[in-house]
Design a protein around this ligand. Structure first.
Ligand code: BGP
Length: 459
């Protein structure tokens, strides 16, 4: 067992355009669903803070990149805003091109590899008005947007992702109410998931056709599923939870096939989506790498009774409250460090050991000003412990042959977080909302700087 990470390991952080840029109504950008939702229902957002008040990266990226350098980061993931680049879906916004080119080039000039994602929950409002992910036309619109991005930035960006956590806009928007359009309908959610997958494949095809050199993948939130016991009914519950939450997207994306058992059960309940004309051809498009966002496991047990209609994945399993769980009480998420190892082994054993990296992992904590010391530094020892414990398991998996090539924390500078706005802070740097959005390093940033310098964990 070595404590060293592989050579050229990506040390970095992750963010997204809608959560960091601000400038939501500046230089020709058109509104996203988040902008419109916030305008209509500000009370739905913590402290009524919407996506117009973020860490203002649109104007401060140069300074932030210098802070990344100070921390020894060698890579950084963020996204392009579709609504900024193509405000009406067709017309190129030259100001957006100039901004993103300078942003990405500055990273490169500073020794930081830009990893650029195309969609991070931020549906342009014009597309939402056309039905959003429910309208099959989005596949073509998205592929066009991807093509334009590759043409405009493909000479400087060498690592691309199509989506961040596609399961989240599907589940939160169509089986829940944390994302617009807050629909609760399993059949519609499945159609949305299917269109999202096809849009991913169409973007990958567009990348291959563009002739741009580089790699393309996607970023999934993966929660290893653990059963309450080894009893058959609990294991059955685990199987279904895993099929719906993990394999439904991971199998087509990483293996180019849909799990047969999932297809069968959807057919049995008349829930199969309407297939896109180019289904067969698109399904052959392969990724170069996978990004994995890991925050928490999913624990399940058998339901007392299985309902006759399948209304949502959890019709086939029940959540299990593991008495020994350790919680991040601010976010309400279980902390289970070993999960990162179990994911790594699964990718190794079931998904051809495809190259992958941790594209998000992190700990959101409320009221972090409590931990500011006399020198003005947040003493986030809990975050250091969190990262160290996850890295320890990640290292073990690498020692056992996992093809993991990086670790990105969510996030770099505290950022705006959807309905939670600025309640929980995740960054290596604090942003002071009361003082001109000033950035201050937290203790964890100094700690990680040393780890990166040695490329080694001192355990
Ligand atoms: C991930 C998202 C991020 C980020 C993070 C933290 O699911 O990709 O956008 O927000 O979670 O979660 P939250 O902001 O909900 O606390």
């Amino acid at each position: 067992m070595t404590n060293k990470f592989p050579d050229n390991f990506w040390w970095g952080a992750a963010a997204s355009a809608p959560q960091t840029e601000g400038a939501s109504n500046v230089d020709g950008k058109s509104p996203t669903t988040w902008d419109v939702w916030h305008e209509r229902e500000p009370e739905a957002f913590f402290n009524q803070v919407g996506p117009d008040l973020t860490s203002d990266v649109y104007h401060r990226y140069r300074d932030d990149i210098q802070l990344m350098k100070d921390m020894n980061l060698n890579s950084y993931r963020t996204s392009i805003s579709w609504a900024r680049l193509l405000p009406d879906g067709k017309t190129l916004n030259e100001k957006a091109v100039a901004y993103y080119r300078d942003y990405f080039q500055t990273m490169l000039d500073t020794g930081i590899e830009p990893v650029i994602n195309l969609f991070h929950f931020d549906m342009p409002w014009w597309m939402m008005e056309l039905g959003g992910w429910e309208n099959a036309d989005i596949i073509e619109h998205f592929a066009y947007y991807a093509k334009v991005a590759f043409e405009q930035f493909g000479d400087i960006v060498k690592n691309w992702a199509t989506f961040n956590e596609p399961m989240v806009h599907i589940e939160c928007g169509y089986l829940g109410d944390a994302h617009w359009p807050r629909v609760n309908d399993f059949k519609r959610a499945i159609q949305v998931g299917y269109h999202t997958l096809m849009a991913h494949f169409a973007a990958v095809r567009s990348f291959r056709q563009s002739g741009v050199e580089g790699k393309i993948g996607t970023i999934l939130n993966l929660s290893p599923v653990y059963a309450r016991s080894e009893e058959a009914a609990d294991l059955e519950a685990q199987k279904w939870a895993d099929l719906f939450h993990t394999r439904s997207l991971l199998d087509p994306i990483a293996l180019n096939q849909f799990p047969q058992e999932l297809v069968d059960i959807l057919k049995e309940h008349d829930l199969l989506p309407t297939l896109y004309a180019e289904h067969d051809e698109l399904l052959t498009q392969a990724i170069d790498f996978l990004g994995v966002n890991y925050y928490q496991p999913l624990r399940v047990k058998a339901r007392e009774e299985i309902p006759s209609t399948l209304e949502r994945p959890s019709s086939l399993y029940a959540g299990y409250d593991w008495p020994e769980k350790k919680m991040n009480k601010y976010r309400g998420w279980e902390i289970y460090e070993r999960g990162i190892y179990d994911i790594a082994m699964r990718i190794k054993n079931d998904y051809g050991n495809v190259p992958w990296f941790i594209s998000e992992n992190g700990m959101g904590v409320a009221d972090e000003e409590r931990f500011i010391d006399e020198s003005g530094i947040v003493q986030d020892t809990y975050r250091i412990e969190f990262i160290r414990d996850h890295l320890t398991w990640l290292l073990k998996s690498i020692n056992e042959g996992s093809n993991c090539f990086g670790y990105h924390l969510w996030t770099f500078v505290d950022c705006w977080s959807w309905l939670n706005a600025y309640r929980n802070r995740y960054g290596y740097y604090r942003v002071d909302l009361e003082n001109n959005l000033e950035r201050t390093p937290k203790l964890s940033s100094f700690w990680l700087r040393e780890i990166i310098e040695k490329n080694e964990l001192d355990i």
